[in-house]
Design a protein around this ligand. Structure first.
Ligand SMILES: NC(=O)c1ccc[n+]([C@@H]2O[C@H](COP(=O)([O-])OP(=O)(O)OC[C@H]3O[C@@H](n4cnc5c(N)ncnc54)[C@H](OP(=O)(O)O)[C@@H]3O)[C@@H](O)[C@H]2O)c1
Length: 236
């Protein structure tokens, strides 16, 4: 758990092009990483109690990244964890199709939403749990939501994008680490999503990172960063 207040430890995991885009300009499903990157992503999924995914990513790809490697499943089970982490879709609107492959995958599914967003799914079998925590009719209250996730036993959460979700979370200091895989292609396009979209930060307000490791495997570079807490930045 995070030491400042009771919330899960969180890690953002994203693959991006060499020009810093997490998908092409059509927001196609992100399947440009190599098998090495997929194995890395699966490892980050396997260490988590829960996975957070934005509704835009669900609408784009229609499936969840689940653990399929038997060794990783066995590792989880030896730690007393269920075979799969909970897949939590974050959506203010609750507006996505009920016939997505996601709803047929053998995974636990939760929805984190607002009262309005919950109305589409209450009383239906699609989600095992609906967590309502709202700041406004369309916006999730992240502080309240992370407190609820902690109360529900979620100690470690992997955040698998997309850029809108990450941008929405960053100002609330609820992100601890980033894993970014730089892949050898260029998407371009000023509307293509990036790891952090939203309105952006001015230079003086930009969250700062500390590089923990750099690993190169074949043509991809795996960057691991930790967010520098605001209190440390003020001290320096
Ligand atoms: N390369 C990679 O590793 C990677 C990983 C993930 C995704 N992607 C790509 O990224 C693209 C999708 O990213 P995206 O930025 O468009 O969408 P996104 O971040 O996946 O989802 C955005 C949606 O999340 C919900 N949301 C975010 N913040 C919220 C808040 N504060 N309150 C309530 N709801 C909130 C909203 O859902 P509602 O609209 O339903 O309210 C919003 O539209 C796709 O192309 C996907 O393939 C790439």
């Amino acid at each position: 758990m995070n030491s400042n207040w009771n919330r899960p430890h969180t890690t953002v995991v994203l693959a991006m092009s060499a020009d810093g885009k997490i998908a092409d300009v059509n927001r196609s499903p992100a399947n440009f990483g190599s098998p090495n990157d997929k194995a890395h992503l699966e490892t980050q999924v396997a260490v988590a109690d829960a996975i957070l995914v934005g509704a835009g990513t669900l609408r784009s790809g229609g499936t969840a990244m689940r653990v399929t490697n038997p060794e990783l499943i066995q590792q989880r089970e030896s730690l007393g964890k269920p075979a799969q982490p909970v897949q939590i879709i974050c959506s203010g609107s609750g507006a996505f199709e009920p016939d997505l492959n996601f709803f047929h995958q053998p995974i636990p599914r939760w929805l984190l939403t607002t009262s309005a967003g919950s109305q589409r799914w209450e009383g239906r079998p699609h989600f095992d749990r609906i967590v309502v925590c709202e700041k406004s009719a369309a916006e999730i209250d992240w502080i309240g939501a992370f407190q609820q996730l902690a109360q529900l036993g979620m100690e470690r959460v992997s955040i698998l994008g997309g850029g809108d979700l990450v941008a929405s979370l960053l100002p609330f200091d609820v992100i601890d680490e980033f894993w970014l895989t730089v892949c050898p292609l260029i998407f371009g396009g000023d509307k293509a999503p990036t790891p952090v979209d939203g309105v952006g930060f001015s230079t003086d307000m930009a969250p700062r990172l500390k590089l923990l490791s750099v690993k190169t495997i074949e043509q991809e570079v795996f960057l691991h960063y930790v967010l520098i807490p605001k209190i440390d930045k003020q001290d320096s």
